[in-house]
Design a protein around this ligand. Structure first.
Ligand code: ZN
Length: 137
């Protein structure tokens, strides 16, 4: 991939383009998602952009009834809870994200280890429109 800045802005721009872009340290090979401009393992700054498959598995989850302000604005609350999870990507990094398609009324049916795939959640309109990463179970 071409050189890119590893910033929050670049992260959300890539999500808007339906891409998961991490960074790999050219010195030690460690992969990070979201992308980091500096390697916390070896403190190297020689990072290259690496596109990820978006495939992973559920490693932890919780059904959230008391939502954050951003999630309340997205339509979630006590009557409409959502599933937040930790997903380990097939390439290694883990990330927290919303899981779509989970039966939040029956959380016991949500199984650790289930395969998930990235999905892109467009929220807001106009200048406040932003794409967030989610996973489909
Ligand atoms: Zn490194």
């Amino acid at each position: 991939m071409s050189d890119m800045e590893f910033t929050s802005t670049a992260h959300y721009k890539a999500l808007g383009e339906r891409k998961l872009v991490g960074s790999r340290c050219k010195s030690c090979g460690k992969l990070f998602f979201p992308a980091r401009p500096m390697c916390p393992e070896c403190h190297g700054k020689n990072m290259e952009a690496t596109e990820l498959s978006g495939k992973g598995k559920l490693t932890a989850y919780s059904v959230i009834y008391i939502a954050t302000t951003a999630m309340i604005q997205a339509g979630f609350d006590r009557k409409n809870p959502y599933c937040a999870a930790v997903v380990q990507l097939n390439e290694g990094p883990s990330i927290c994200a919303q899981v779509i398609g989970a039966d939040v009324a029956h959380p016991e049916t949500i199984k650790i280890g289930s395969p998930v795939i990235a999905t892109f959640l467009d929220r807001g309109e106009g200048e406040t429109k932003k794409t967030f990463l989610g996973f489909q179970i």
